[in-house]
Design a protein around this ligand. Structure first.
Ligand code: SF4
Length: 427
């Protein structure tokens, strides 16, 4: 069968989409790059904010108009499937996230009529990303332990269920054996890994086991909450010292105001976040930091907003992901009085401008740096993207073999990447 998979959202969701595609391909199905001519379309959906949900509805309609059968999985299922309305609904099967492993069997059982609904050719969504073959997401857990008052992901993905160490090691080893050179360990909160395990093992134990996987593999540890990182910070930084790991920390702070953090039910203070960043940078001076900020949370005053700007300016992360608050059905924050849309928009623009200025300044510090980088992507034209040991991307003009390591000299900086040239041939 010809199958089209389209994935959205965070790296965990994208990774789940890639895993579904791999399982289908291993089962003898053919993966195609667009819905036209496909027998089955699979939408791996995201529901993080209202505008994303609306986009999912549009993509589902576009796919359902072109394929005989559709599978929708990801975070819309089961709580938000009501946003998908239209004639394609009868031909759509909803599969909850924790049941994705049954998709290959489900699809294989279908006997399809000739696709009478095929229409004029329409390109696939150009913004959809598909993981290159040399990088791969490995989910280390499903769900989380937190109770953030705004978060829909927590409702969609449920309580924490950590993947046992031997299984994570098996998945990483298999990926390495297939030629993958970069694994991204994903979860809603990687620092929560193990909190549901009776043996007391925690993320540093998992990382030590993954460090032993044979092969030339680099590993990025994904997003973690300051709340769950706190008790394991020292052991975590120790585990990260292995050459196996990128010196990278994704630590979403969300607000620079303790009052708003409390309303968000994040379970830590601004000071805790600052302390963790200081400790991580003291241990790894070249560490790259990524954080997330929610702008316009209900009750956010100008003073709260300024506090967030001041925190971000003082800490200077390499990357700041800015999201405007969007009330999500079923979450406690949806019942709070919202900040006016004009105010939220103004604050969001101001934060985005600050983010770009800061990132550019942080990236410019790398101009003149010379050192190894791993080629993980082919970009537009003949360009390649290589990652420094701290995960910062360096765009190179020429094509280099995916997975190769090159010595680069950084010659320029933009606000989201570095520009460089290769000083030494791949090794
Ligand atoms: S966990 Fe959140 S960001 Fe990831 S796909 Fe689900 S709703 Fe989107």
């Amino acid at each position: 069968m010809r199958i089209y998979v389209e994935s959205y959202g965070c790296s965990q969701n994208q990774g789940e989409g890639a895993a579904i595609a791999r399982a289908l391909s291993n089962g003898g199905h053919t993966l195609v790059s667009g819905p036209d001519g496909a027998d089955v379309g699979i939408l791996v959906s995201c529901a993080v904010i209202g505008s994303t949900e609306a986009r999912m509805a549009r993509r589902w309609q576009a796919i359902a108009a072109r394929v005989p059968r559709v599978v929708v999985t990801g975070c819309l299922v089961p709580l938000r499937t009501s946003v998908l309305t239209g004639p394609g609904r009868m031909r759509t099967t909803f599969v909850p996230i924790r049941e994705q492993s049954r998709i290959p069997a489900l699809v294989s059982d279908w006997v399809l009529e000739p696709p009478e609904v095929l229409r004029a050719s329409v390109p696939a969504d150009p913004s959809v990303t598909s993981a290159p073959a040399v990088t791969e997401e490995v989910a280390i857990a499903q769900g989380c332990t937190s109770a953030c008052s705004y978060c829909f992901s927590r409702l969609a993905r449920g309580r924490l269920e950590s993947v046992p160490i031997p299984e994570v090691v098996r998945r990483a080893s298999e990926a390495a054996a297939r030629g993958v050179v970069e694994v991204r360990l994903t979860s809603l909160d990687t620092a929560a890994w193990g909190l549901d395990r009776p043996d007391g093992s925690r993320l540093p134990d998992l990382l030590r086991a993954v460090a032993e996987v044979p092969g030339d593999l680099k590993v990025r540890v994904g997003m973690m909450s300051p709340q769950t990182l706190g008790p394991i910070l020292d052991r975590y930084l120790e585990a990260l010292a292995s050459e196996r790991y990128y010196r990278f920390l994704h630590l979403p702070v969300q607000s620079g105001s303790d009052r708003i953090l409390s309303a968000m039910r994040r379970g830590y203070s601004v000071e805790v976040f600052r302390h963790q960043v200081e400790r991580a940078r003291a241990r790894f001076p070249d560490l790259s930091l990524s954080t997330d900020v929610i702008v316009g949370f209900p009750g956010e005053t100008e003073a709260d907003h300024r506090a967030t700007e001041e925190l971000i300016a003082a800490v200077g992360p390499e990357t700041v992901n800015v999201t405007r608050f969007s009330p999500r059905p079923g979450t406690p924050a949806a019942h709070l009085r919202p900040v006016g849309p004009r105010v939220a928009k103004r604050r969001s623009r101001a934060m985005a401008a600050l983010r770009l200025r800061l990132s550019r300044a942080r990236f410019e510090r790398w101009i003149g740096h010379s050192g190894p980088a791993r080629v993980v992507e082919h970009g537009p034209g003949t360009s390649s993207v290589a990652r420094l040991p701290n995960y910062l991307p360096v765009v190179l003009e020429e094509r280099h073999a995916l997975g190769s390591t090159v010595v680069v000299r950084v010659e320029g900086a933009r606000s989201t990447y570095l520009l460089g040239r290769v000083e030494e041939a791949p090794f």
